[in-house]
Write a protein that binds this ligand. Structure first.
Ligand SMILES: Cc1ncc(COP(=O)(O)O)c(C=O)c1O
Length: 380
């Protein structure tokens, strides 16, 4: 059966050689824009492509503002600072995520708290969030305070796992009720919608990534989206070393960050963004092919987009029967030229976060032992 899967995936991707998990595709005007960018000499923090990208990206996701950054982690970091997260605070997130979510929280000097995920979305569970807050927290002075640690819970960061939207509307409602600022980690979900609204636009801010493995890439890159003009201005200021505009003097009014996306990366990204719709429909087709195929494979299930959602199917994933079957599958496929990867180790099991408070994490544990990503590149 394992051999049948390997053969199927190789045929699907039209190669008998190695099939990668997710390769970038540069089928548009990338070279043209890059050459233009080099010829202009504006390859760094100033240039027309950054502005064009920000304008086009905001339009694409339906947000008022977009601020380009060097990567998704820095986009999350700045979003959390602007959400008011301070040293000693706590931030709620999910244990089933890429390490960058918790790293960004830690850069602020804050501690992550973990609530469970839903089995169907693999993203934060609204029920688990509500339950955690009701059992452990109170509102004091208009702030959400953790009764056991006496710390303020400033922000909540749900993540749209592999591009499948989590139940973000319900999560937003709970955050609003508890005076917690919602910041979406939408690093993986460009092109994904919950009830027809783009992921990343429900929170006060949303952060996306354009790392080499994402649906579109600038090599490295990220973006913050928001509808709040003052936050957008602050985000731009903080990501550009907090420099006050001046014709020739260097004046900085606070400790800022060198997080601005270079123009050369933005040039690549403008070309990539033009192809997003084609990439999305290509991935949707692949998802349907996988879904039909795995429907006939015993004890394996293709994880399709959840209800009320449109997924970008960034990384296709399947659920296996148990950890033993998962490990055999990973071993066989990787040995036979098909790149597959397990879902992440839970954050609360990592040394740095093992002392962080969490709710019961049964679903996260279940998924972390069974979910595997299979080749997901846009097919040529
Ligand atoms: C869930 C999640 N958050 C944050 C990031 C960070 O993005 P970057 O690698 O661009 O810093 C990534 C991807 O790499 C991610 O998958």
């Amino acid at each position: 059966m394992m051999q049948k899967i390997v053969d199927f995936i190789k045929k699907l991707y039209g190669s008998s050689d190695f099939i990668a998990l997710h390769e970038p595709r540069f089928a548009g005007r990338e070279k043209e824009f890059l050459i233009e960018c080099i010829d202009s000499t504006f390859v760094s923090s100033v240039g027309k492509y950054v502005d064009t990208f920000e304008r086009e990206f905001a339009k694409k996701v339906g947000s008022k503002y977009a601020i380009a950054t060097v990567n998704g982690t820095s986009a999350l970091h700045i979003s959390l600072i602007l959400a008011g997260v301070k040293s000693g605070d706590e931030v709620i997130t999910q244990p089933l995520t890429f390490i960058a979510t918790c790293n960004a929280i830690s850069y602020c000097g804050a501690k992550p708290l973990f609530v469970d995920v839903d089995l169907d979305t693999m993203g934060m569970s609204a029920e688990s969030l509500r339950d955690f807050l009701e059992k452990n927290c109170e509102i004091l002075d208009r702030k959400c305070v953790n009764k056991s640690t006496k710390k303020t819970i400033t922000a909540c960061v749900p993540m749209h796992t592999f591009g499948h939207p989590c139940k973000i509307e319900a999560i937003k409602e709970i955050c609003d009720k508890w005076n917690i600022t919602l910041v979406e980690d939408a690093a993986e979900s460009l092109g994904s919608y919950y009830k027809k609204r783009h992921t990343g636009t429900f929170g006060k801010m949303g952060a996306f990534s354009f790392n080499g493995n994402k649906i579109i890439t600038s090599g490295g890159g990220g973006v913050i989206v928001t509808d709040d003009e003052s936050l957008a201005k602050k985000a731009k200021h903080l990501t550009t070393t907090a420099k006050i505009p001046h014709p020739y003097e260097y004046v900085h009014d606070e400790i800022g960050y060198n997080y601005r996306m270079p123009n050369i990366n933005a040039a690549l990204l403008v070309a990539q963004l033009e192809q997003l719709d084609a990439f999305l429909s290509n991935k949707k087709e692949t998802a349907q092919i996988y879904k039909d195929f795995f429907a006939n494979i015993e004890s394996m299930e293709f994880l399709a987009e959840p209800q009320d959602s449109v997924s970008n199917y960034w990384l296709h994933s399947i659920m296996l029967k148990d950890k033993e079957q998962r490990d055999k599958f990973l071993e066989f496929t990787n040995k036979n030229g098909v790149m597959t990867r397990p879902i992440w180790r839970l954050m609360n099991e990592l040394e740095m976060f093992k002392d962080c408070q969490s709710s019961s994490l049964d679903n996260a544990k279940y998924l972390s032992q069974r979910v595997v990503n299979i080749p997901s590149s846009v097919r040529l």
